[in-house]
Design a binder for this molecule. Sequence first.
Ligand code: SF4
Length: 281
Amino acid sequence: MDPCFGACDADENLLNTLNADLLIHLGHLPISENKNILFIPFKYPFEEKKIKKLCKIMEKELIKRKINSIALGTTAQYIEWVPLIKKELEGKVKIFTAKGTGRIKEDAQLLGCNYSSLKIPSTHAEAIIYLGDGFFHPLGAVHAQEKPVFVLNPKEESIKLLEKEKNLFLRKRFIAIAKAKEAESFGIIISRKPGQKFLNKAIELKKKIELHGKKAFLLSVDYVNETYFIGTKIDCLVNTACPRIVIDDAENWKINIINSNELLIALGEIKWEDYAMDELA
Ligand code: SF4
């Protein structure tokens, strides 16, 4: 009954604790190679005609904007609709998909911590179509190719060009980085979840912070939760776990929290113009 945030969070210890033979993880494509975990992805059921109707609207939008080639990316829950969308749009525009690297398992698959499917040169296009809902994944897609991103949302039956959300997001992250520049003490969060644990990266960041004459502490936690850090008297937290913790939720944290790429900007090691989402291998 513990919360579970993705395939990165399959509780491998539970098998030993409960002396069980198999852990069944519902909702995501696999990340772990553990043979004792069975991953069963959840797939959204939509009517085919609704997807086709959305493709027609998308086609008109692309023609209006004189866009001749697009890259397509989506999450596990929508991936079975990729062949139909390709079929509907092929011939009208060039449509590219690819299977990325690391924890990516399927053609066109994206994760909030891995956009490699859109970084492969063969997918470089004039625009990106993100098939799915919400703004977290499409915000990451923006930084994969620096091209316009359309959200084709079968749940809301809508098509939206991501502009306002992208600008607002970048403004908020700019402020968080500016605050981090002023910080004297940093807490580096190390997750204990199997697919979110990056101890060496955390140690490397600690050294970098200390080289700048500031204090840094390693903070190990399983469930990264804002309330656990209240009272630590730390100026800024650096997240090495799921990047979504910062991207989706930073505004609800009392302590300033940034991702590791954002720390590198705050320390002057990379430029703001090169802002990128943190990616996990
Ligand atoms: S680390 Fe975050 S974005 Fe990546 S798979 Fe896990 S929950 Fe999803």
